[in-house]
Write a protein that binds this ligand. Sequence first.
Ligand SMILES: O=C(O)[C@H](O)COP(=O)(O)O
Length: 254
Amino acid sequence: MKTIVLLRHGESTWNRENRFTGWTDVDLTEKGVQEAYYAGDLLKDKGMAFDQAYTSYLKRAVKTLNCVLDRLDQDWLPVAKSWRLNEKHYGMLQGLNKSETAKKYGDEQVLVWRRSYDVAPPPVAEDDMNNPRWDPRYREVPDDELPRTESLKSTIERLMPYWEGTILASLKTWDNILVVAHGNTLRGIIKYLKHIPDEKLLSLNLPTAIPYVFEFDDSLNLQKDYFLGDPDEVRRRMEAVASQGQASGNTPAT
Ligand SMILES: O=C(O)[C@H](O)COP(=O)(O)O
């Protein structure tokens, strides 16, 4: 049997403040760190150990991975990082509170920006300091491949070469792989693994830091997939993510 575990990072400071984050490199909250350790405990209780891990260039994912590896006593594990696993780029929405944005533009428009398949938010300007072209960590990426905004479709398009060419390919060598990334890149991977049609993706909301296990036979046919932990807690966290973009949702404390 071969296994891929997908894990969304723990709560970040901008998750707590309900802000669109995308490629903004915000840290985990203390709660997010504890969530990440707990994800490690769940994997340890299941007796899991990994051969290779993958993560993004963003610290909320990198630090979540480090907490998990600490709990598994696998700090030594080879880790490959790629910008292609970064969160969907949220363009000009990055930094804005999701609920306040819904009050301004309506719940429906925010749902389109968050969950439609091929509509991207307005892009960041070329001279905006949040444009990834100014960030040295992306120096190896050709400028015409660096996003200024992304739909889920374009996120999946830049993710797929890495997913197929590196992550999935490594399952031929290794039995157990851990991918720690972000809500929308993981939705793209789940779409691929479970053949989910575009329109059905709308309702898939990933909870923070709950391991999602995919088991394959030796010919890499998917056998089963399941979340670890308490199913009620998984459902509660998924519903919380879904409601973040509603005008009645969370606005930051003043
Ligand atoms: O970038 C973000 O804001 C979050 O990581 C994912 O947000 P979403 O659930 O609104 O797509």
